[in-house]
Write a new protein. Structure first.
Lengths: 353, 353
DNA sequence: CCATAAAATGCAAACGATTGCATGATTGCG
DNA sequence: CGCAATCATGCAATCGTTTGCATTTTATGG
């Protein structure tokens, strides 16, 4: 970047030694091969000349790019930036740079994306956009590319992952709801092709039964977004089932659900309690503030980077896939209230159309 | 990344030509030097072998990395992801990868960051974290590094920039407020070392005078965040000046201000109107929904990438610095109401402490 | 049909680092 | 004091591309 970068050769010339000596002196790994005095002079000269190793040359020779790819559905979705931040922070001082790419959840685009990353020869991959069955990921892993999925996981247990404790989160939420008197609980579930969607829904079914409450009607959202949340809430309300709370598979669905509720002139939490999952930024500021499950977004990213480093540094065979699960926390806010104050969902048709 | 990548040599061998011929045939720029028939055979072989050029070797030889750095204060701040997305989208199909780094607004960290980018030899820089006077940026630009600032600009006009029309936004907001009867307007201004803080505040002063209204008390926030917004709002209320609306230099300040307002038992917009700037995601869902100025975040990023490409491709002297200003839009929501309904700020001390 | 210009391809030298091996210097020990 | 072992450094090949120049092939025109 600077006008004229100095190279190993320049430093070697300045000190009067061979370039290989400089290389060794500057590499902590081979530093011990060099006499202290010479090494010191080299260190000084390298500082004086502001020497920076040429990444391209290093990569070409060693076949390591010191770059990792981070694949997310959409960086614009505020669940991901903290995760990315965690990954970057964990990797930066290890000398790794981070290439973030967006798939928009589209399969074809994912192919193009992975192509671009592959062409750049990233040393490893942190993937947040994975589905439960993911051929592309499986193939790459099979080829020996270090991979760790984050936030979501694939069903294949041989792929390392760092996720949040979805099941515990749902259980805690259900316990919270029952503790304030709710017994009829509906759900807006997420995409069952995603581990988060699947796990959360399974937990809902399982723990609802265990707690002896009536799992109410369930709608499955196609995507984890506000529009689908609104649509599902509309369908639930139109469906005529009886319930006093709606458990949503994530915050965005919950936000959409709240919108649909309001559009029909109903109030949360007076008429219906609504819960989310993730504790996205700002959900504490919306109306009503959302009761949700807080996941450790930054930590998840940070740990994923750690697991990835472990795999990238494993010289021989890949270490056994680690599956890290981080604890979650229940955050009670204004969108849930005692069931006593709630009326069952009305059976009336929606007002408009 | 794949087990064993094929190289130019492999393709050359397969076709029975020299590697330089393959190189030329595959490069659109030199493609015309090669006989159509051979070129075609090379194209096929390269496809069959799934040949991908080695980025490291390319970079080493040409001294271009096909990588640009994007420097933001914090990717976690939801104003930036759409900008980054715009940059990435504009650059991806031109074959450029994007390295995003966070400075956290800290100067020392910025140095480290730029170091890391410099070491990686990025071809250009999109900088969103710039201050009005920025030595580091000026120096890099002086060294001939293609740079464009985004969202913010530096005072030095020789640095290219893509920003939103801050002045127009403030004018529109003031016009909106006066149109609904406000005449005494206070302000929470941003950091005057940032172009956005400075420009918006200048516009406030200028247009308030032009509209013949009473620019009320002003507080300067140190950072564009909720905490400082709350603090400033507190000071305004304690200050005892009279005003019916508070114009905040951005949404986060406004959100903090709303919090402080509520903490004192006052209501928005009944007691006081509050306005923001940027139209961040979710500000339409908070309570009350924020009246603000919508900036074209994605477009700003996209255009910045375009300007950068122009500079990176300029072989000889850098083209004259372009300064692009994108239009903004007034979004009226629930946080502003006619002044008639507002009572002047009370002169009482805050309730707690 | 040959000389010559033009077009197509091959050759080889970079780019800047790493690293196995060779060599020269030093040390230790008998 | 000499020989071997050890240590420090130098040598040179290598990674995969690009590209100026040399060389070969083809086309052109007299």
């Amino acid at each position: 970047m600077a006008r004229k970068r100095s190279t190993l050769k320049d430093v070697a010339q300045a000190v009067g030694v061979h370039v290989s000596t400089v290389s060794r002196a500057l590499n902590p790994h081979t530093r011990h091969l060099i006499t202290d005095e010479i090494a010191e002079r080299i260190a000084q000269a390298s500082r004086a000349l502001d020497y920076r190793p040429n990444t391209a040359a290093y990569s070409l020779r060693t076949n390591r790019t010191k770059t990792v790819g981070v694949v997310v559905p959409d960086i614009t979705n505020s669940i991901f930036p903290p995760i990315i931040r965690g990954v970057e922070d964990a990797l930066l001082d290890k000398g790794y740079a981070t290439l973030v790419v967006n798939t928009d959840g589209r399969r074809e685009r994912e192919a193009v994306i992975l192509d671009a990353l592959s062409a750049r020869g990233v040393d490893g991959l942190v993937v947040a956009s994975v589905q439960r069955e993911d051929a592309a990921i499986g193939e790459l892993a099979g080829q020996g590319v270090p991979i760790v999925t984050v936030n979501r996981s694939v069903d294949d247990p041989s792929i390392a992952s760092v996720v949040s404790d979805d099941a515990a989160g749902i259980r805690m939420m259900l316990e919270h709801l029952t503790s304030i008197g709710h017994t009829r609980i509906a759900a807006i579930a997420g995409d069952q092709n995603l581990s988060t969607g699947k796990k959360r829904h399974q937990a809902f079914v399982l723990h609802a039964a265990a707690l002896g409450l009536l799992a109410g009607p369930v709608r499955f959202a196609g995507a984890f977004n506000e529009d689908d949340g609104a649509r599902c809430m509309g369908e639930l309300l139109d469906g005529g089932g009886r319930f006093t709370a709606v458990l949503c598979a994530n915050d965005r669905l919950a936000i959409g659900a709240l919108g649909a509720l309001r559009a029909r002139g109903m109030r949360c939490p007076q008429d219906l309690s609504v819960t989310g999952f993730n504790d996205m930024p700002m959900v504490d500021r919306i109306d009503p503030p959302l009761t949700t499950i807080r996941i450790q977004q930054y930590q998840v990213g940070f740990m994923a980077a750690g697991v990835l480093l472990e795999r990238m540094n494993a010289r021989g065979e890949a270490p056994p896939a680690r599956s890290v699960v981080l604890p979650v926390e229940l955050i009670v806010r204004g969108s849930t209230a005692p069931a006593a104050a709630s009326k069952p969902a009305p059976r009336v048709r929606s007002l408009t159309r």
